[in-house]
Design a protein around this ligand. Sequence first.
Ligand SMILES: Nc1ncnc2c1ncn2[C@@H]1O[C@H](COP(=O)(O)OP(=O)(O)OP(=O)(O)O)[C@@H](O)[C@H]1O
Ligand SMILES: [Mg+2]
Length: 310
Amino acid sequence: MIDVQNLTKRFSGRTAVNGISFQVQPGEIVGFLGPNGAGKSTTMRMLTGYLPPTSGSAAINGHDVFNDSLKARREIGYMPENVPLYEDMRVAEYLSFRAALKGVKIREVRSSVDRAVEYCGLGEVKKKMIGTLSKGFRQRVGLADALVHRPRLLILDEPTNGLDPNQIRAVRGLITQLAGEHTILLSTHILSEVQLNCRRVIIINKGEIRADNTPDALAGSLQSSGTVTVELDAVPVQVEEKLQALAHVRRLSFSEVGGGWHRYEMRVEPGEEVRLAISELAKAQNWPLRELTQHTATLEDVFVELTQRD
Ligand SMILES: Nc1ncnc2c1ncn2[C@@H]1O[C@H](COP(=O)(O)OP(=O)(O)OP(=O)(O)O)[C@@H](O)[C@H]1O
Ligand SMILES: [Mg+2]
């Protein structure tokens, strides 16, 4: 569905996207993650034909986005970062205008608009001026605009940006609903959104792809994965030495949490199980134990690790 080869974009000497390649198969929902300025929007603008690449190529369903841009664009519903809307048009009027512009046949405009309005929950505002709508409803109009010509591929640049938690949920629900019929490439800063919606995540930093996998696989592969917390009622000098001596335990720190209890945190080698060894040790040493937890890395840990290290 999407085929990106060595795509590069330089702005007056500054490289925003640096030779990235990836493919997206039909039906996939892919989260596109990266810190501010990573190159997400620039990539999306190239994919949608709004920005010419410096080098490399991108094709949508075999149509090159530049040499065959009309056909490529027909396949795409694009919701840009800042949705440009005509403030003094009514919602339904605007969507009809956009549908016609995108090549929807005159006699199908009405039903296409009705469908997009229905999908995006715009029924109650469809006769209102866009300029009078709240941010959340404007985002929905942007999404309806992306959908109105029934594209197979949706490219959504931070669709929940600036929304309140209820609206975020609503938009997220909408995306889940769209997932069945569409291929989706979605950029966002909200990691939980990716974890819920996407089976695949591409992490980009400084214009380069740093990771491309399922959210779980990424979290599992993280070097810093595996933190174990244990709370014991015992004197740290003895405990520290014995815990440190266990296999797979790397780094250890502790703090006093009151009443003689101490909280020990340790990093363990990825994929290793040390809880059993700790509970047996505590039993053998007669250390009262009240907590023993293993934390696995989250997508957020992966994001931080991959985008902050350099
Ligand atoms: N039209 C432009 N002219 C010059 N530089 C640009 C232009 N558009 C983007 N850039 C630069 O390219 C880099 C990548 O920007 P881009 O907007 O793609 O990042 P992003 O990942 O979408 O970030 P954000 O999360 O903030 O939206 C940034 O350094 C940005 O300043
Ligand atoms: Mg952006």
